[in-house]
Ligand binder design. Structure first.
Ligand SMILES: Nc1ncnc2c1ncn2[C@@H]1O[C@H](COP(=O)(O)OP(=O)(O)O)[C@@H](O)[C@H]1O
Ligand SMILES: [Mg+2]
Length: 248
């Protein structure tokens, strides 16, 4: 089972929206998915209440000690992908979720204020040596500002391009209407542009997760050298040692 965690302390960035959209897109691509909600605000539980009994199911978790136990049980039960939606701000539950992540996704609007606001979350992710990527979300439909922001992030440090998930997710009503309808955006308007972006984003994530799988395979094969293991499970140096200032 692979675990992805949507985390950033800034509220309204799109953690819950992307968690729902990606969970459904991944399920449609063949994954067996469970959504875990550590945010007492309950956006995902509301979505499930609109959705009825259709999978992927949402499980609220409020105790730090439950997260690891529950993920182990889900893996044993055949779930292949856990998607964890965290609350805004920084708390022990979010830290515990990050500790379990194969990949952390940090949604941010493509503007300096939002990128700066995600710095404390990125520090926590880096300290727990997890892989991560920014998802630039709610980008304006017209104009070049969003792609300029992505370029600005990458400028001067080519490694940064690797930690900006593709594609940009454009601000569109489909995401909001899908939530109200209890649907993933790929169910709500399968042929729409938002659906296409979310499907492409899932493909990007899946590819990135494949790199973590290679590390797990090495671990399972019982690699003897401790240093080899350390290198295999750690994020690549560009993620681990990324200077935050380089993002601005
Ligand atoms: N790409 C998008 N297009 C349109 N609306 C969006 C998009 N992403 C998020 N939203 C809307 O922005 C608001 C905040 O998103 P949400 O996912 O609840 O953020 P968070 O969970 O980070 O607090 C919601 O009303 C949501 O529908
Ligand atoms: Mg939320």
């Amino acid at each position: 089972m692979r675990t992805i965690v949507l985390a950033t302390q800034k509220g309204g960035s799109g953690k819950s929206t992307l968690a729902m959209g990606l969970a459904v897109a991944a399920q449609q691509a063949g994954e067996i998915v469970r959504l875990i909600e550590t945010d007492p605000q309950g956006t995902l539980s509301y979505w499930q209440s609109r959705r009825g009994l259709a999978e992927p199911f949402v499980e609220p978790i409020q105790q730090v000690s439950d997260i690891g136990r529950r993920l182990d049980a889900l893996a044993r039960g055949g779930v292949t992908l856990a998607v964890i939606d965290t609350s805004s701000g920084i708390n022990a539950l979010t830290r515990a979720a990050i500790d379990q992540a194969d990949l952390c996704l940090v949604p941010a609007r493509p503007c300096v204020a939002d990128i700066v606001a995600s710095a404390p979350t990125v520090k926590i992710i880096q300290n727990s040596r997890r892989r991560f990527a920014f998802v630039l979300n709610q980008a304006p439909r017209r104009g070049q500002r969003a792609s300029e922001a992505a370029n600005a992030l990458s400028q001067g440090d080519r490694d940064l391009a690797d930690i900006i998930a593709k594609p940009l997710i454009i601000l569109r009503n489909d995401h909001q209407d899908a939530l109200a309808a209890g649907l993933g955006v790929t169910e709500f308007n399968d042929g729409g542009k938002s659906a296409e972006e979310i499907r492409l984003l899932w493909q990007w994530i899946e590819q990135r997760l494949g790199q973590s799988d290679a590390c797990h395979a090495l671990r399972a094969a019982g690699a003897e050298s401790r240093s080899l293991m350390a290198n295999a499970v750690a994020p690549p140096p560009n993620e681990a040692s990324l200077s935050w200032d380089a993002c601005l």
